[in-house]
Design a protein around this ligand. Sequence first.
Ligand SMILES: [Zn+2]
Length: 147
Amino acid sequence: MTATAHALIGGAIAASVPNPALGITLSAISHPIADLVPHWDFGIGWKKKSKVILLLQSSADLSLGVGLTFLLFGNATDPLYLLACIFMSESWDILQMPYLLFNWKFPPFSTFYKFGHETNGKAKMPWGIVTQVASVTGLVLALRFIH
Ligand SMILES: [Zn+2]
């Protein structure tokens, strides 16, 4: 999924799970599960993109995600805990970036790349965004409800 979607999922977990050990673990686990949903993100077609464009798009996506998450959940929990959950929920993709950007085709970067490549559900626009908005909104509402 986009970094924005992963950040919001991590944020929703931080805001609803008071126990940091549990929340941080759940945020890490949320990444591969969320990626099973067919989606579009900036990594799709990365081989045909220049590294600079890929880096700029990924950074913009991540910044937007962190900004939106703090806007929505910044008052709900400790900011450091919120940041830790965002980071853990992004970590699987962050660990692929050296493979994509610097051709570091060795573990652990190649491992995370291969895992992502094989488990990511892909969908074209606009459905690839609609599925993310729907699943993130659904999860945020569900977590609010049980909280
Ligand atoms: Zn991912």
